[in-house]
Design a protein around this ligand. Sequence first.
Ligand SMILES: Nc1ncnc2c1ncn2[C@@H]1O[C@H](COP(=O)(O)OP(=O)(O)O)[C@@H](O)[C@H]1O
Ligand SMILES: [Mg+2]
Length: 472
Amino acid sequence: MRVRLGWKLGLTYLVLIILSLAVSGYFTMDFFERSFLDERKAALFTHASILANSAAPYLRSEEQNPYLHYLAREYGERVGNRFLILNKSGRVIADSADEFTGRLLKHSEIRAALNGENAAGPHLEPEYGWVLYLAVPVSSGKQVIGAVFMAADINPLVDRLDEIRKSLLWFSVLSGAVVFLISLFLGTFLTRPIKRLIHATGRIASGDYGFQVRDIKRDDELGELTRVFNEMSAKIKEEDNVRKQFIADASHELRSPVAAVKALLESWPEKGKPGEEEIAELINDLRFETDKLGWLVEDLLVLSRIEGNCRQLNLEETSVGELTEAVRKTVMPVARNKGIDVETVHEGDVYWHLDGEKMFRALYNLVDNAVKYSHPSGKVTLGFQVQDETLMFYVTNTGEGIPAHEIPHIFKRFYRVDKARSRKTGGWGLGLAIVKEIVELHRGRIQVDSEPGQQTVFTVKLPSVAPNLTNS
Ligand SMILES: Nc1ncnc2c1ncn2[C@@H]1O[C@H](COP(=O)(O)OP(=O)(O)O)[C@@H](O)[C@H]1O
Ligand SMILES: [Mg+2]
């Protein structure tokens, strides 16, 4: 059975209040019982002692003494209690009610008194109800020669205690009920936002990304949880949109080279024998289109690998000098064709903890762009330096540059500033998206400064030992 949080809370408080009331009730009752009874006992002991003192001179002989009868009755009437005077063997010598004379009594209080001690204790007698038995020794010098025994009706006292007990019980039941109701209410108050969150989580699980929990007025942890939940939900929606857009863009981009290949083949002369020149031209065109297709598929694969379940880095102490040199060598043939010189700039070499393969791809993409978007005979520089525990790469090129309002967009997938031009140069707008992913995997940052018509600088900053980068 599922017990709701509110009920659990209510029951817990109920148990706690019952326990504390029971403990405090027990001690309160104990205190009342003691103080009522002690007060009564003190008064009765005084009476019994007075009688014991008066009886002492007459109790020396073992025989009955008529004066003791008189004393007991007289005193009993005056005080309003029944008194018995016993000799040292516990036999009744005188009884104010004249009932037990001559009998041997063995009450524990009498035995204690004959041993020289005052003793008293409540007893429940079937005939009289609650009775307090009380006995004091009768002494002559240091010797106990008998005892005065008395019984007092304490029924009114017990009734009063019963009344107190009953009111205490009522008080407990009432406060228990109030606490239970309050905590039940508190429970529902606490669980309402949790229920809303359960509902919202269900909506997200069933595909309603971006679902928001309204009405967050609370300032406590539950309010905080709800706010964080809403943020998470919005983020999931955003991610989902990016994913959908990516699939749409990717299929759109894949369609154009495929359509180009198809068009080339369809326009192939149906009649007549093609000349050698025509065949060579067709093969050239086909190679160009399939190459482009190959790059796109390659870029898509790299992106999906970086973003998918391979979000790990293969960290190694890497020579940064060798890394930049390798990048330079790889782009050199293309650069040379455009009459562009690629120069590496650094002071000595540095070893850095990074994923060499991924960083090579990032730098290659940056330098490739620098070459592509430079005017012929332009100049491209790839440099690095260490500053404040940070490794800084910079890639600069002369050329048209990037308009300031385009800079926030260039790292988006499939984003190209000049669509027509970069299509011609073979770009798909995925290069910088890949660079950004790789740099962020290294907990680094990338920054662009561009002066249109002058030069463009891409700066990558990598922290030395990123705290949660593990070599996995
Ligand atoms: N060095 C640069 N100079 C001028 N524009 C650049 C430079 N690097 C990138 N860009 C712009 O950013 C866009 C995105 O770059 P990228 O993601 O590498 O795509 P691609 O190179 O495939 O076009 C490019 O289309 C280009 O317009
Ligand atoms: Mg590029």
